[in-house]
Design a protein around this ligand. Structure first.
Ligand code: PLP
Length: 365
């Protein structure tokens, strides 16, 4: 990568394959090794493996470069979320979406109940209402497209408004991935990822990341987040980090197929009489549908999830395997999410097979 002409930046499709490789010297392996160790011989740059592990580094470098900043790897997306929220002082004010990933909503609700944070819940698709909530805020939390309502926020506009009010901006970029959206380029201070989802892509690891910009302010945030990770101890296992990097190699291929499948399915789903609403922002690979039952939408949605053969009825998303779930079965899911909403994480299988499976399940409701 070092020898590439900087005037001709490499496409992200190339970068997901090329980034995070060992140095190109004779005899070097093509892939980074996995380092299983708890400690290091003293007087080196790092003395204990809760602080750093060389297996984290290539994945952090790859995702950091894709997002345009410096990444830190954590044991889960929620560990990255907790690290980002640790940037808010006790008693601080957070402006947050009323409908977002339920782990974030529950964390903020309980922090408010316990008097640790003051949360102002907003509809982040409403620019005026979100901007009006910003004066005096310490942090604006955005998730776009949101899980599972697929609401899209104006990241650049709201970030500018938040900075004017003196608030930091965190963007959960899990649904978009850096191939479809780069919030740091829109001015965000921290990007959060559940690498469990698209970045690793095979439903076989739980991991998370924060990414901060390569600026003085960004480096200071990075240092605070790294300290939070070391002291909080929510660190990744080396094997998981290695699997995630392997998964990242095919991110652009997986996403291309999954996005094309999602666009196709969003259209077909809209034609089915059991589907009362399709939520799909026009891009990405998640489609949420509202299922119409005869007076019991929740039961109809459960029947859809239980009636498929290829689609896996399981929580989580972003894997090569198509998955679906009625979201309100999760305790803590915001009430803004309709009881009959089923979130479809569209995988890379043949789209006609995926549609036939959904159709037969919908037909049998
Ligand atoms: C899954 C998810 C998280 C939490 O990540 P984990 O890896 O499950 O801890 C956070 N945000 C979004 C948008 C998610 O989908």
């Amino acid at each position: 990568m070092e020898h590439h002409d900087a005037a001709q930046p490499l496409s992200p499709r190339t970068r997901v394959v090329a980034l995070g490789r060992p140095e190109r010297v004779p005899g070097a392996p093509l892939n980074p090794p996995v380092t299983f160790t708890s400690t290091y011989i003293q007087d080196g740059p790092v003395n204990y493996a809760r602080v750093d592990n060389p297996t984290w580094t290539p994945f952090e470098e790859a995702v950091g470069e894709l997002e345009g900043g410096d990444a830190l790897l954590y044991s889960s997306g929620m560990a990255a979320v907790q690290a980002a929220l640790s940037l808010v002082p006790v008693g601080g004010v957070v402006v947050a979406p009323a409908a977002a990933y339920n782990g974030v909503v529950v964390t903020l609700t309980e922090a408010q109940r316990d008097g640790r944070l003051d949360v102002r819940w907003v509809d982040v698709t409403d620019d005026a209402a979100t901007t009006a909530a910003l004066p005096g805020a310490d942090l604006l939390w955005l998730e776009s497209p949101s899980n599972p309502l697929l609401e899209v926020a104006d990241i650049a506009g709201l970030t500018a408004a938040a900075h004017e009010a003196g608030a930091l901006v965190v963007v959960d970029n899990t649904f978009a991935t850096p191939l479809l959206q780069r919030p740091l380029e829109d001015g965000a201070d921290v990007v959060v990822h559940s690498a469990t989802k698209y970045l690793s892509g095979h439903s076989d690891v739980i991991l998370g990341l924060t990414v901060t910009p390569d600026t003085d302010a960004g480096r200071e945030l990075h240092a605070r987040l790294a300290r939070h990770r070391t002291l909080g101890g929510a660190i990744a296992g080396p094997m998981e980090a290695w699997l995630a990097l392997r998964g990242l190699r095919t991110l652009s291929l997986r996403l291309e197929r999954a996005c094309a499948n999602a666009a196709d399915l969003a259209e077909r789903l809209a034609t089915h009489p059991r589907v009362s609403r399709v939520r799909y922002p026009g891009w990405g690979a998640i489609v949420s549908v509202e299922v119409a039952g005869d007076g019991d939408d929740a039961a109809a949605a459960e029947a859809l999830a239980a009636g498929t053969r290829i689609w896996s009825p399981s929580t989580s998303l972003g894997g090569v395997e198509s998955q679906l779930e009625r979201r309100r079965r999760q305790p803590g899911e915001p009430e803004a999410v309709p009881v009959g909403l089923v979130r479809l994480s569209v995988g890379v299988e043949d789209v006609d097979d995926l549609w036939a499976d959904l159709k037969q399940a919908l037909d049998r409701i």
